[in-house]
Design a protein around this ligand. Sequence first.
Ligand code: NAG
Ligand code: NAG
Ligand code: NAG
Ligand code: NAG
Ligand code: NAG
Ligand code: NAG
Ligand code: NAG
Ligand code: NAG
Length: 491
Amino acid sequence: MATVIYFILIALFIIPTHTLSQSNDDDGFVSLLLSEKGVNFAKDVLIEQAISSLAPLQLPQIITKSVRVPIIGNINMGISNITIFQVNVSSSSITLNNNNTGEISIVASGATANLSMNWSYSCHSWGFFPIQIADKGEASIQVEGMDVKLNLGLEYEGGTLKLSPLECGCFVKDIAIILDGGLSWLYQGFINAFEGQIRSAVESTVNNKIREGILKLDSLLQTLPKEVPVDDIASLNVTLINKPLFEDFSIGLEINGLFTAKNSSMVPKYYHKNSLPSVDSRHLRKMLGISLHEAVFNSASDVYFKADSLRWIVEKVPDQSYLNTNKWRFIVPQLYRKYPNDNMRLNISFATPPILKIHSEEIEANIYSDMIVEVLNDDEIIPVACISVIVKASCYAKIAENNLGGHIDMEDFDLSLKWSKIGNFRMHLIESVMRTFIKTAALPYANSRLTKGFPLPIFRGFTLQNADLIYRKSKIMISTDIGFTGSYNLK
Ligand SMILES: *[C@@H]1O[C@H](CO)[C@@H](O)[C@H](O)[C@H]1NC(C)=O
Ligand SMILES: *[C@@H]1O[C@H](CO)[C@@H](O)[C@H](O)[C@H]1NC(C)=O
Ligand SMILES: *[C@@H]1O[C@H](CO)[C@@H](O)[C@H](O)[C@H]1NC(C)=O
Ligand SMILES: *[C@@H]1O[C@H](CO)[C@@H](O)[C@H](O)[C@H]1NC(C)=O
Ligand SMILES: *[C@@H]1O[C@H](CO)[C@@H](O)[C@H](O)[C@H]1NC(C)=O
Ligand SMILES: *[C@@H]1O[C@H](CO)[C@@H](O)[C@H](O)[C@H]1NC(C)=O
Ligand SMILES: *[C@@H]1O[C@H](CO)[C@@H](O)[C@H](O)[C@H]1NC(C)=O
Ligand SMILES: *[C@@H]1O[C@H](CO)[C@@H](O)[C@H](O)[C@H]1NC(C)=O
């Protein structure tokens, strides 16, 4: 009996952890949440892009009709070259996850449009008028109360999004036709003959154009890279992890978000999320929230470390006299005695990738570096000592345009001698020189590299505006408005 209970207990504990490890829960380190305000903004951008791709537009139809008019006889009437000039949408709405189908529904109502067309008529009269009557001219058409309804599918497919037009309906309520030219006597017959056909020509053309526009937008989505290059060494993995999550009026996306080496032979490190990177929607007052887990920064640190790019040969410092043994004759006399008046350089490398931890106020960084002091003696580079420098620093994230960069300040540092060819010397003697070196040379150098940062994963054409940074345990959240400065060619 006891064994059975024991097995049940084991099963209870094993099964859930087993299923968890099978899901790709651990893959997403950057989350994006488009708030209701953001969803509406994106919808307006989409409609604006759709309208500018719609007009001006020539409808292919040439419609002819033969109408029998009393006394005169049969009149052949025709319209051609129907051109939509301008479309205005006065109000629109968007519904996410329509009836839990995962579909998005966009409705634009009360749209107006103005059109032009050519008209003509002719009749080979018999009877009372033995002459041929024919005329042609132009007409302007005002479309009032056009409703467009579009149902879109937004699905997850192989690390990216798939957008598909599922249903598209355009309904024209009213059209007003103003004919320029001498058709007044025929006006009503003309309207009766063509009104319905103009209406349905407009409806079907708008439908087709919107469908084409969505397919075009989808093909733009399909060309989005799964990796965004950062520089020669690293890329950002922007592969989408899950299907979009609809939550009331907002859309959430989760992407891998880690740095990967461009050198594919480098083995990526495995990261585990100690907390969810999801955007805390309570703090999202703006259009878009982007949450970055600290693993994103640590993956950067790992990639640059493994690519051997966290190295620095220091040959110039603000006060160049420090790189001459003469300056050290009282601090480390044996160095001066052995290499009098020789120039020096520092060969700094990292012992491990810098480790970053995000707290609710700041980012803590611990940097373990080795500094080899080298003497330049008659074209020869002689390593004389190696000092281990451990810097405890605080970092602040900064947003510049669409990039997330940073700034680093030193909190504290610790020195120890690793090896020396000039005998032992006391670390506290060089402490103040090291402090000055870190503050005036090392940090400015690091900051010059950190300022630019890396590109945040947002769609082309959009820019961040009034971004705020919020620090949480193990993650940074960006709360930002967005602007649209690009244009999509949906024609
Ligand atoms: C990018 O992320 C996806 C999803 O997590 C993963 O399957 C893929 O291996 C990653 N690519 C690289 C180059 O690490
Ligand atoms: C069709 O109408 C447009 C706009 O009025 C005009 O620019 C164009 O020349 C017309 N084309 C033909 C074939 O009449
Ligand atoms: C949702 O489903 C109900 C019942 O099936 C239907 O009446 C309604 O029109 C649907 N809503 C939308 C927006 O499609
Ligand atoms: C569209 O709106 C603009 C500005 O409100 C107006 O001038 C124009 O006449 C409108 N066009 C149509 C076709 O309704
Ligand atoms: C359509 O409306 C625009 C803006 O009011 C105007 O510039 C244009 O001339 C109009 N075109 C026609 C054919 O009515
Ligand atoms: C149609 O009207 C346009 C102006 O709107 C004019 O330039 C064109 O010549 C007309 N086409 C025909 C075939 O009458
Ligand atoms: C790529 O990485 C491997 C292993 O880290 C290294 O041996 C190789 O030299 C690197 N290649 C390039 C082009 O950086
Ligand atoms: C810096 O020191 C390392 C040993 O830690 C050495 O491998 C490297 O070649 C040195 N760099 C230069 C430019 O001398």
